[in-house]
Design a protein around this ligand. Structure first.
Ligand SMILES: [Zn+2]
Length: 635
């Protein structure tokens, strides 16, 4: 800028503002803000306040978020938050305002079409429209034959709204929109096949409205650097400061200031970092009314983006006791080696990202060093045994694990059954292994495996089904491992195969979750819940320990989205796979380990049924055919 052009500071600001208006198309604030509109017109249609009038002041932090689009130059509003703070209600309120007051084309994107987009429309948007006269009179009635208004697409006076799923390219490939609402973005598939990164594809829909567009991104966070975390950091990162009832100093509610006594959640208080005043629930909620949003990074590069963070301590509908008790539960799980529950707690209660356990793993040498002599093959403490079987073309590998309360584990047996698994022999040997009795310390007492999981992936799927089918009552399960973010076990789906299209339930196992749990537990050093005991026996050797620790969790980026994957750091890893399947068998069985342990300790473990011969072996005998020909028939 030359000296001649420079005026006073205020003149410069005025010129700059005029320039901004010119380039951004930003218009002067409307006569009615979103929060004013909500207070005047909206009825709450979900949650504890259902049926009552909307009161922005009831959770004052809502005001800053609702009205953020009225700030000069703001096009993108990012909300990274825990559950329980009314995130969806805020999104809905903004949609309602635009239907009634600032009509334009609107697109709302949920992670999936079915059920999430449909749920959003049917359970949240439609009741809101029906209960708000000013909306109802603008949105046409949904009629069966009216193609204009369906669950996922509605027109209203001056605009339209589509509700799409991030899993469907078709639902994002709509015409251009001015208001775009992206909900739960950390749960979007990172990319749309052939289209590019999902969030970018959606944002492209708003390009023609640049300067006047309104984009809202909301999500409960997941991993560091996942979409909501990245977007939040692009913004000015506002936190809600609340005055302390004791000293009046403004401070944001922070988890580190929550304190309690003697593991009792009911004693939980928010302690003021200035004066140590102990804020209870009533004062915590009452003080919200005098709070205000303060940006941590007001000097950010992109001034079109503002970002907010909220967590459960701000919620009028939660309590410090609930927050602390859910934390204590997660910490107990963590002590058992289950870090997943703590990660979920961090995401859904703190509204914070969890750090990926990158490169987490255990060294085999550490495992060998802690082998211990078991007083019996099945040592005291074991309440139940499960088997995991890995199916290879030339052998079956099995690991038996004993389980005690808190899933304390003892590796009690390992066996390799060599032989072509397209033949009957290895399977007959496996049948014997299923019936094996593992002697306990007391003479004459023994435990048998209560459940078994057999891997059906690979070349022997039908042989596994054939083996499992007659043994379902003995809790022998066919499983298939899948990676990605999924539970260790879920409901089985029926598989039909072979002559007569017989049916077996196939269980899908979340191998990444199972491996994470096993690795975390192998890292535990304190005996008790979750600890893994290794026996000082021949088979528990260098090779076994190396296999058990053969994978590492690595972070990989798919279109800029971090994904945790387990990577083999050596070729053979059957010991780990078998352990995953044995853990899955336990989770399918879901025994009450505390009760079982009591029973095993008290009474004699009665001998179970005599081993039965495999049904297909019997049939092979009856028909007088060679086993080989029977096996050929199954192919
Ligand atoms: Zn204070």
């Amino acid at each position: 800028m030359t000296h001649a052009a420079a005026g006073t500071a205020s003149e410069q600001v005025a010129v700059l503002d005029a320039y901004r208006v010119a380039v951004s198309g930003w218009a002067p604030p409307p006569d009615l803000t979103v929060s004013e509109f909500c207070d005047e017109h909206l009825i709450v249609t979900a949650g504890p306040l259902e049926g009552s009038r909307w009161r922005t002041a009831g959770a004052e932090y809502q005001r800053g978020i609702l009205d953020a689009f009225h700030e000069p130059g703001v096009e993108i509003v990012v909300v990274k938050s825990s559950s329980q703070v009314g995130k969806t209600a805020i999104a809905l309120a903004i949609v309602a305002y635009h239907i009634a007051h600032d009509p334009c084309p609107i697109l709302v994107v949920e992670p999936t079409v079915k059920p999430m987009a449909e749920d959003f429309s049917t359970n949240r948007l439609e009741p809101l429209i029906d209960n708000t006269p000013t909306l109802a009179e603008r949105v046409g009635k949904k009629r069966a034959k009216d193609s204009k208004n369906t669950i996922l697409a509605k027109t209203f006076t001056g605009g339209s709204i589509s509700i799409g799923g991030a899993n469907s390219a078709a639902s994002l490939a709509q015409r251009t929109v001015r208001l775009l609402l992206l909900d739960e973005i950390d749960r979007y598939p990172p990319e749309l096949p052939g289209e590019g990164a999902t969030i970018e594809v959606a944002i492209k829909r708003t390009t023609t409205f640049r300067g006047r567009r309104r984009i809202m991104l909301l999500s409960t966070p997941t991993l560091e650097n996942a979409p909501i975390d990245s977007w939040h950091r692009l913004g000015d990162q506002r936190r809600f400061y609340v005055p302390c009832p004791g000293c009046g100093v403004m401070h944001p509610y922070e988890w580190r200031n929550v304190q309690w006594r003697d593991r009792d959640p009911l004693t939980a208080r928010l302690v003021c970092p200035e004066c140590a005043y102990e804020i209870g629930d009533a004062e915590r909620v009452a003080a919200l009314e005098h709070g205000e949003w303060i940006a941590e990074h007001p000097d950010r590069v992109d001034r079109t983006i503002v970002s907010f963070h909220l967590w459960e301590a701000y919620s009028p509908f939660s309590s410090l006791a609930e927050i602390v008790s859910s934390f204590l539960r997660a910490r107990e799980k963590q002590k058992e080696g289950d870090r997943g529950t703590m990660h979920t707690w961090e995401n859904t209660t703190l509204g914070e990202t969890s750090k990926p356990d990158a490169g987490a793993g255990v060294e085999p040498s550490g495992l060998l060093a802690r082998r211990e002599p078991f007083p019996a093959i099945c040592p005291p403490g074991v309440a139940c045994i499960t088997l995991g079987v890995d199916t290879q073309d030339d052998r079956l590998e099995a690991v038996a694990i004993g389980w005690g309360p808190g899933e304390e584990a003892w590796l009690i047996h390992r066996e390799t059954i060599p032989g072509d698994t397209s033949q009957a022999e290895p399977w007959a040997q496996l049948d014997e292994l299923l019936e094996r009795e593992y002697p306990m310390v007391d003479e004459g007492r023994a435990l048998k495996a209560s459940a078994t999981c057999i891997d059906s992936a690979g070349h022997r799927t039908n042989f596994v089904y054939e083996f499992v089918h007659p043994r379902q009552t003995r809790r022998v399960y066919a499983i298939i491992g899948r990676d990605g973010d999924r539970l260790i076990t879920s409901s089985p789906s029926p598989r039909r195969w072979g002559i007569g299209q017989r049916k077996v339930p196939l269980y899908t196992i979340g191998v990444d979750s199972a491996k994470a749990l096993i690795m975390n537990r192998l890292a535990l050093t304190e005996r008790g819940r979750g600890y893994v005991h290794l026996p000082a026996v021949d088979w528990c050797d260098d090779e076994f320990a190396a296999q058990l620790t053969s994978e590492r969790l690595m972070q990989r980026f798919v279109k800029g989205v971090p994904v945790n994957v387990w990577r083999k750091i050596r070729t053979r890893n059957e010991a780990l796979d078998c352990s995953v399947y044995a853990l899955a068998a336990l989770r399918i069985l879901r025994p009450n380990l505390e009760q079982l342990a009591q029973r095993v300790e008290e009474g004699p473990v009665h001998k179970e049924l005599k081993p039965r011969r495999a049904a297909f072996m019997d049939r092979a005998k009856r028909t007088g055919k060679k086993r080989e020909s029977w096996m050929k028939r199954q192919r």
